[in-house]
Design a protein around this ligand. Structure first.
Ligand code: PLP
Length: 449
């Protein structure tokens, strides 16, 4: 594409004048004007290209502008762009069938939403109505969405400014051996102690008051902490023991990200409700949803479910989901995430950890990886303090700037960078990204002691 700096400047000026951005101090941000994107890359109006190691917000699992999905959206737009949710529509029926075919265990009914946060809202509402209980238990290191209920279920600092709605939400510690809350020295201890802590929390909150336990199968934004073997099975057991609905949030981990269709498949665990969004159609058109177990579906078999959305199962979004899922199956995208993750990304990241004093830990699976950046490998002091802002965050900004100078767009959250490229990434692109990370990490190394 031809560079067009003039148009870029106009796009930027109108953005700065009128667009109010998420999670930002409006005058302190400097959004890049993006001219286009394809596959694993995007470019600005000056013709500068970036390899996208973020997949947008970890959602373009098939990369940008996949021609078959673009064509399916065009075709659906020409046929039936939109239709109200109370009707049976081909794209909606087919999307639900393809999703239900892939969801773990007996999850068989699909309630469609516009994205992840409202999927979480509805999962929690279903759990409360199904059990008649008020409380929800969730993990401190978690993110479940930006709406009032979902942001309060979230465990990270994004909930603090909206905390008025915490009634009924109780947070607990999920396992994370590198920064263990349980003085654990190995995964078995971490798993056993985290489960003991959860059962004690249930006992002290009162089992008969708890509607749901919600967990990201692998916490994403909070740091990609793959749970130790046995943890999720243990949570499943506790839920069964106390009649609590088990909700797995697969908004980020689902649809190929971990090298399986769903992260739950890695652990052989079946929740009662599972939320999804993002990768379901690579975010080409907003779509999310809740996959529902027969027992919970039965609760609403002859009693109306008191919830809905104008755009539930929007035909354009569903047509994009059908095309995306078919492309993922035909092009073996899930397999690519597993294979390249294990053969190129993981060894590449482990080699970076050997070379760079700032890399404290490498963890992840498939196309879902985190580097924990530290000031010192021995003390594990984070490279920047928890929730750092301004000057205190300078080391992470220096790292991000160095990555961008190498043509790599990095995912940065607190003291971590996540390696979450599209699941369609090629081996050559993965290696190019790893080489750019290598250079960028030398900027982080400068802050080690
Ligand atoms: N749940 C998880 C695990 C997420 O990662 C996110 C978004 O990042 C959400 C829920 C919220 O999804 P959305 O931004 O589509 O509302």
């Amino acid at each position: 594409p031809q560079p067009n700096p003039q148009l870029g400047a106009a796009v930027k000026a109108a953005d700065r004048a009128h667009v109010f951005h998420s999670w930002s101090a409006q005058e302190l941000i400097d959004p890049l004007a993006v001219a286009g994107a394809e596959g694993s890359s995007f470019w600005d109006y000056d013709g500068r290209r970036y390899l996208d190691f973020t997949s947008g917000l970890v959602y373009t699992n098939i990369g940008y502008q996949h021609p078959k999905v673009v064509a399916a959206i065009q075709e659906q737009a020409a046929t039936l762009t939109t239709f109200a949710p109370a009707f049976a529509i081909e794209a909606r029926s087919e999307a639900a069938r393809l999703i239900a075919e892939r969801t773990p265990g007996d999850l068989d009914k699909i309630f469609f939403t516009n994205g992840g946060a409202d999927a979480v809202e509805h999962a929690v509402r279903m759990a409360r109505l199904h059990t008649g209980r008020p409380k929800v238990l969730s993990a401190y290191r978690s993110y479940h969405g930006g709406t009032q209920q979902a942001v309060n279920i979230t465990g990270d600092p994004r909930r603090w400014p909206s905390d008025a709605g915490t009634a009924g939400v109780v947070h607990f510690w999920a396992p994370f051996l590198y920064r263990s809350r349980f003085y654990a020295e190995n995964e078995e201890q971490e798993c056993a102690r985290a489960l003991e802590h959860l059962e004690t929390t249930i006992a002290f909150e009162g089992p008969s008051t708890i509607a749901a336990i919600i967990l990201e199968t692998i916490p994403g934004t909070a740091g990609i902490m793959v749970p130790p073997p046995g943890y999720l099975a243990g949570v499943r057991e506790l839920c069964d023991k106390y009649g609590i609905v088990f909700v797995l949030d697969e908004v980020m981990a689902g649809f190929g990200r971990t090298g399986e269709w769903f992260a739950a498949d890695l652990f052989d665990v079946v929740p009662d409700l599972m939320t999804f969004a993002k990768g379901v159609n690579s975010g080409y058109v907003p779509l999310g949803g809740v996959a529902i177990s027969p027992a919970i579906a039965e609760t609403f078999a002859r009693r109306p479910y008191p919830g809905g959305l104008t755009y539930s199962g929007h035909p354009l979004a569903c047509a994009a989901a059908v095309a995306t899922i078919n492309v993922m199956a035909e092009e073996r995208v899930v397999e690519n995430a597993a294979t390249l993750g294990a053969s190129v990304i993981e060894p590449g990241l482990r080699a970076l950890a050997e070379r760079h004093p700032s890399v404290g830990e490498v963890r992840g699976v498939g196309m879902f990886w985190a580097l924990e950046l530290v000031r010192n490998k021995e003390t594990r002091e984070p490279l920047v303090p928890y929730n750092a802002a301004g000057e205190a965050n300078a080391p992470m900004l220096a790292f991000a700037k160095a990555a961008k100078a190498q043509g790599l767009w990095p995912f940065v959250n607190m003291n971590r960078t996540h390696v979450v490229p599209p699941c369609t990434i090629t081996e050559a692109e993965a290696k190019e990204g790893l080489a750019a990370l290598d250079t960028a990490l030398t900027a982080a190394d400068e802050f080690t002691v």
